[in-house]
Ligand binder design. Sequence first.
Ligand code: C2E
Ligand code: MG
Ligand code: MG
Ligand code: MG
Length: 269
Amino acid sequence: RYRFYSEEANRLLKENIYLQGQLRKAIKADQFELVFQPQVDSETHVLKGVEALLRWNHPERGYIPPAHFIPLAEDAGLITAIGEWIFKQVCKQAAEWRDQFGVDITVSTNLSSLQLNSPNLIASMKESIAESGVNPESVVIEITESIAMADIENNLLILKQITDLGLALAIDDFGTGYSSLSYIKHMPVSEVKIDKIFVDGIPSDRGDVAIIDAIITMAKELDFRLVAEGIENQTQADYLKEKGCDVLQGFYFYKPISKNAVEEVLVTL
Ligand code: C2E
Ligand code: MG
Ligand code: MG
Ligand code: MG
């Protein structure tokens, strides 16, 4: 039994070291791609924004999910370079869509904790904003609740610098940590994203529904823009609309889609 586990652990370790070597070349080799998951108005189901999500298409291993390779990139010290590439693409894309379609949609992007602490973060963001000519207010930076709550003094300073650039801040996966919205109210955050694990419980899990109701009530009281993610059916969409959640994101509306597929929607707006 021990041997089985240690062989498996050894195989995994080797695979991860291999992937980290591959990650080093992935930007130059043009293996990264952003896909975009639309977010819709809860009342009208009209597209309001998109969340940019990173994809890595490896020539031999195929598609590797971000939940797997982002921790590897962090571990290998590569997340700063990758994150700078992502942010640059996001700004360019948002500016291009505004110019081409005359639409005022938001483009959200995720920031991991190591990115938040990269010394070059603010300077490189500033450069990408200036270069692209994007309206920074249309770009939303998502950080998870647990990141927002760790090393609060230092992170607060960085979050403030991010919003001073004109960017919007969202708390991702809200409800999974142990923080309260009244605490988050002290941060320069404008949007809260309710995590899928609670949405999954609508309508039958009384605990999940109670948590959702409490988050929505309090978020509205505190004037946060409220996004729910992971909506997979109409019951969930209807429930969240009734409760007053502003924006919905999930496979029931759209899966993450290509730039071209987003544009097919944008022409209809
Ligand atoms: P997240 O930011 O919470 O992103 C939402 C994830 O939930 C996405 O998975 C999305 O495809 C998935 N999702 C959305 N709606 C549904 C639904 O209705 N049902 C189900 N089953 N899933 C749904 P994805 O793209 O695999 O991303 C996973 C996580 O990887 C993200 O969670 C985020 O933490 C991280 N990630 C993705 N792209 C980036 C990036 O560019 N930078 C950083 N730092 N992290 C990223
Ligand atoms: Mg996110
Ligand atoms: Mg999330
Ligand atoms: Mg998540």
